[in-house]
Every structure is written in structure tokens, then in C-alpha cells.
Design a protein around this ligand. Structure first.
Ligand SMILES: [Zn+2]
Length: 385
């Protein structure tokens, strides 16, 4: 598609929107560790916190700036000059200046007018630009904003010197088709870089982020594990791998450390990583069903789109109720035992019965016990004859 930008930049906001998740707090050391991790794998910009909160938050931001990372370090601000000044005090090179643009927010939350919104945004942006900062103007609730007003807002941001516009689907109300249309309309009318910021309330955060890129957005906001307000944000690992393998766009991120960083953020946020999590879940490369396991043993590409090592995982043949003889034979070679097809066929009903009665797949030891019992019974059978 001709709308796709030549270069796509990845903006991680695990430390800002991710930490905004109800009940999540990172220790300052964890914040620095996560920032370093993200920098090492090649994320272009890190949104690391809200300086206006002061105290520990400000200290953590300063510590991240001091770490001297390659990534651009961005701080989040309301469209308020004092907020921007707090960011300048922290030494960041970039600021996000956020203000609501939808009438529902302007009227019921801010209780102001559209004119006031533009004026506040312009003042804060001009102040930040005067101090040499990179500026993302965030249109909060952009997805529910009158498209004509969003154009007016984006044009005002651009003439105030803003470097990009963050399109926020704050309540996660879009689908990929609507997202594409909205971003295309915006790009057709204003020549400004656009960042996608999507939420997962209807399970479409990653899809919507990608739809925005297809329509011409050239920045994409993500969080590790999709950590974020309510149902979360577009997940870093999903966006990067989907862009690579579904759309053929390689962001040159070191994906081999994805599982490691996902585990770290899961631990630091106290939010367990589900086994079925896309890209980094432990089940991504676990095969149990007879047909799938057989295919994967013959050639992994039959049921895997990319190699597990690309995201720091390992392939796993799981033996359970749905296993077939190929998987059983393969599993026994892992224990250094060669069994023939006939033996595997005789073991199969015993394996299935054990899995059903235990209501789970079998541990390696259990499989070996089943085999030993089988050999013993066979031996006794012979003696009895
Ligand atoms: Zn958000």
C-alpha cells in the first residue's frame, strides 16, 4: 500500500501508560532497568513518566536521562506551561503535550471550549519548542473527536512547531477499518507525523495500531505485554512481530529478548504473563494435538510462522490427551529411548487415559512410568504363557 511511511518509529510507554494501569507501581530501579532493556533492543523513543507528579516520579525520570541511552527520552505533560517546565528540569529531550479534543471531554471533563483547547496546546507547545524540545502533541480521545476539528487542531499544532501528533484512541472504540479511514483523512489534510496510540477495550489495540500505519502514521505507541489502562495498550511484541511477519515491515528490533523483557515487566508489574499471550506466551510453540505435533516434527513451518528463538522461546512437544504416535516417539528420543511405531501405538491409549484422569498433559516422568509399567506387564505376560 502506497500510504506506508518509509520509516516507522517505535515509541514505548510502558513506564507511563503502562504504569497508569490501576494497581501497578514500578520501583525507581525497575523503571531504570526497563528503560535500559528497551533501549538495548532498539526502541526509538521511551515515554518514561510524568514530571509534574514530582517526588519519586521525577527522580526516576532524571535517573533514566542520566543513564545516557541511545533512545529519545520523552516525558508526559498536560498542556500546561508549568508541566513542561518540570519536564525541562528533568533533562528530557522530548515532551508529549496532552489535551482532550473530543467534545465529550471538552464539555464534561475540561468544561471549556474548543478555542481554549487550541490556545492551551499552542502556548505549551511554543514554550517547549523555545526550550529546544521535540514535541508530540497528543489529541486525547482523538477517535471520538469531530474529524474537522481534529484537522484544525493538528494544523494549529504544526504551526506552533509541534513535531508530531499523537492520535489517541483513548477508550479503544475503533476497529481497523475506521482507524484506517480516520488516519488517512488526517494525513490527506495535514502534513504532520502521526503516532498511533491505541487501547485494547475491544481486543483491537494491535490491529488498530497497524491499520494506522497502513494509512500513513509513522510512529507507533506500545507497551510491553500490552500493559496499560483497563484492557491495556497495543503490545510491543505483537506490533513488532505483526509488522514483520504480516505486513513485511522490519523495525530492526532485537526480538530475541522479547520473552526475557516480558517476564521482567510481568514480575515488576505484578501482572502474570498468560501462557496463551500472543508472541511471548509459553504456549506459543507448544504442540500437543497429534496432527500439529506430527507436522511440526516433520517441518516446523507447517504450524509455526517464525522460529521460537526469534522471541526467546523454545519449541515444546506436549504429551497429553490429543497426542499421536509421532509425538510419543519423538518425546522418547529426548530421553534417549528409541521406540518403534507398534510400541507407540500400544502406549497411546494408556497416555490418553492418564491425561484424562489427571485433566492435564503429562510430565516427562509420568510418561516414563507409563512406559515402564507397559514393559513390566509385557514381561509378565510372557512369563505367564
Ligand atoms: Zn493511553
Amino acid at each position: 500500500m502506497s500510504n506506508i511511511a518509509k520509516k516507522i518509529y517505535l515509541v514505548d510507554t510502558t513506564l507511563r501508560d503502562g504504569e497508569q494501569t490501576a494497581g501497578v507501581v514500578f520501583a525507581n530501579d525497575e523503571k531504570v532497568r526497563i528503560a535500559k532493556f528497551l533501549d538495548e533492543i532498539g526502541v526509538h523513543q521511551l515515554e518514561v513518566g510524568i514530571p509534574a507528579m514530582g517526588g519519586d516520579e521525577k527522580e526516576a525520570i532524571k535517573a533514566i536521562v542520566k543513564a545516557g541511552l541511545k533512545a529519545s527520552i520523552m516525558a508526559w505533560n498536560r498542556a500546561v506551561i508549568n508541566d513542561v517546565q518540570e519536564s525541562i528540569d528533568c533533562g528530557v529531550d522530548a515532551v508529549a503535550i496532552s489535551i482532550s479534543t473530543s467534545d465529550i471531554h471538552i464539555k464534561h471533563k475540561l468544561q471549556k471550549s474548543r478555542e481554549w483547547v487550541i490556545e492551551s496546546m499552542v502556548q505549551a507547545t511554543e514554550y517547549a519548542k523555545k526550550h529546544g524540545l521535540y514535541v508530540s502533541v497528543n489529541a486525547e480521545d482523538a477517535s471520538r473527536t469531530d474529524p474537522e476539528f481534529l484537522i484544525e487542531f493538528a494544523k494549529a499544532a504544526k504551526s506552533a512547531g509541534a513535531d508530531r501528533l499523537r492520535f489517541c484512541d483513548t477508550v479503544g472504540i475503533l476497529d481497523p477499518f475506521k482507524t484506517f479511514d480516520k488516519i488517512k483523512f488526517l494525513k490527506d489534510n495535514v502534513d504532520i507525523d502521526v503516532e498511533m496510540h491505541t487501547h485494547n477495550d475491544f481486543g483491537m489495540a494491535t490491529a488498530n495500531a497497524i491499520a494506522g500505519i497502513m494509512a500513513g502514521a509513522n510512529y507507533v505507541g506500545v507497551t510491553v505485554n500490552g500493559l496499560g489502562e483497563r484492557a491495556g495498550n497495543a503490545a510491543l511484541e505483537e506490533v513488532v512481530m505483526a509488522l514483520k511477519y504480516v505486513e513485511g515491515i522490519d523495525l530492526n528490533i532485537d526480538t530475541r529478548r522479547f520473552r526475557e523483557i516480558s517476564e521482567y515487566v510481568a514480575m515488576a508489574s505484578g501482572r502474570q504473563l498468560p501462557s496463551w499471550k500472543a508472541i511471548v506466551g509459553s504456549n506459543m510453540f507448544a504442540h500437543e494435538s497429534g496432527i500439529h505435533a506430527d507436522g511440526t516434527i516433520k517441518d516446523p513451518r507447517t504450524y509455526e510462522v517464525f522460529d521460537p528463538s526469534e522471541v526467546g522461546l523454545e519449541r515444546q512437544i506436549v504429551i497429553g490427551k490429543h497426542s499421536g504416535t509421532a509425538a510419543i516417539r519423538k518425546k522418547f528420543t529426548e530421553y534417549g529411548i528409541d521406540i518403534d511405531e507398534a510400541t507407540a501405538r500400544e502406549l497411546l491409549p494408556r497416555v490418553r487415559a492418564a491425561a484424562v484422569s489427571l485433566k492435564r498433559s503429562l510430565f516427562d516422568k509420568e510418561l516414563v512410568y507409563i512406559y515402564e509399567d507397559y514393559l513390566r506387564e509385557k514381561e509378565e505376560g510372557k512369563k505367564a504363557q
